[in-house]
Design a binder for this molecule. Structure first.
Ligand code: KMH
Ligand code: ZN
Length: 273
């Protein structure tokens, strides 16, 4: 078990509407301010989805501006989403890497996603993975169900280690259509991970706290944010992403594994210097 907890913040996502969730950061200014607050609260990585006039976009110029602005204002590790929105074409999702982030998400298979389907066929996974290797971008393997853990093994077996040499995964739990956000599923997924892999866990919606407790109890790292959770407690909307990061940092300290400093996180993940 490591001595510190890597905290990733996922502040925006592609699914929630600004009109429904006024605290959601959608402009570049809002995102940068959120990033600064979350770094202050203990986050080391920011998982980024961007918006254009509040709608999700993978526009490359905007992504480049976003990476640059986050680097200027924070020391956070910038991880761009290659998942985008369920309607985004594969080519646009691959092109995200041209914005030269430190890291990117890489989902290890197709999964039902509420009423939609989040498409990640094998050929797309391989293409994306090979591009991360060529461009020296650290992938974070997003795992929405146990079958995706097997697909990750297959990817590593056939195509070698990721850039940076270290395999880091995020268990995304509680998505309707994916694995449930409970302790026994978390333990099953962790036991199936490749040897030496590190992992964080994310509980979507009401599974947020149970998954956070289970991850802390079993030596995992944490991802929190308004991409995954909009309610702080029953009947209490989240006021901002920093509120979720502060809670995660507090619980991590209580578990005797306080937030991982950003520089330690860079070395841990193998991010390009
Ligand atoms: N928005 C979801 C369809 C990722 O960022 O890589 C996909 C997602 C995963 O959020
Ligand atoms: Zn995402």
């Amino acid at each position: 078990m490591g001595a510190t907890t890597l905290i990733t913040v996922a502040p925006t996502g592609a699914e929630s509407a600004k009109a429904d969730v006024p605290a959601l950061p959608v402009t570049l200014e809002e995102l940068v301010r959120t990033a600064e607050e979350c770094e202050q609260a203990g986050a080391a990585v920011i998982h980024v989805h961007i918006r254009d006039d509040a709608r999700p976009t993978l526009d490359l110029a905007r992504l480049r501006d976003t990476v640059q602005a986050l680097r200027q204002s924070t020391n956070l590790i910038v991880q761009l989403s290659t998942g985008g929105a369920v309607t985004d074409p594969y080519e646009d999702r691959l092109r995200v890497l041209e914005a030269e982030p430190d890291g990117c998400s890489l989902t290890c298979g197709t999964v039902n996603f509420g009423d939609d389907v989040f498409m990640n066929p094998w050929s797309f996974m391989v293409e994306l993975y090979q591009r991360t290797q060529q461009l020296e971008i650290v992938p974070e393997f997003e795992l929405f169900d146990l079958g995706q853990v097997r697909a990750l093994h297959r990817l590593l077996d056939k195509h070698g280690p990721p850039y940076g040499g270290h395999v880091h995964c995020d268990l995304v739990m509680g998505v309707p259509g994916g694995m449930p956000g409970d302790t026994r599923t978390l333990v099953a997924a962790v036991e199936a991970l490749p040897e030496g892999a590190s992992w964080s866990a994310t509980g979507v919606g009401r599974t947020s706290l149970p998954v956070m407790y289970a991850a802390l109890a079993t030596g995992g790292h944490l991802r929190v944010g308004m991409e995954d959770t909009l309610t702080y407690a029953k009947g209490q909307p989240v006021t901002g992403n920093a509120q979720l990061v502060e809670r995660a940092a507090t619980l991590a300290r209580l578990a005797q594994r306080g937030p991982m400093p950003v520089d330690e996180a860079r070395a841990f993940l193998g991010v390009k210097a």
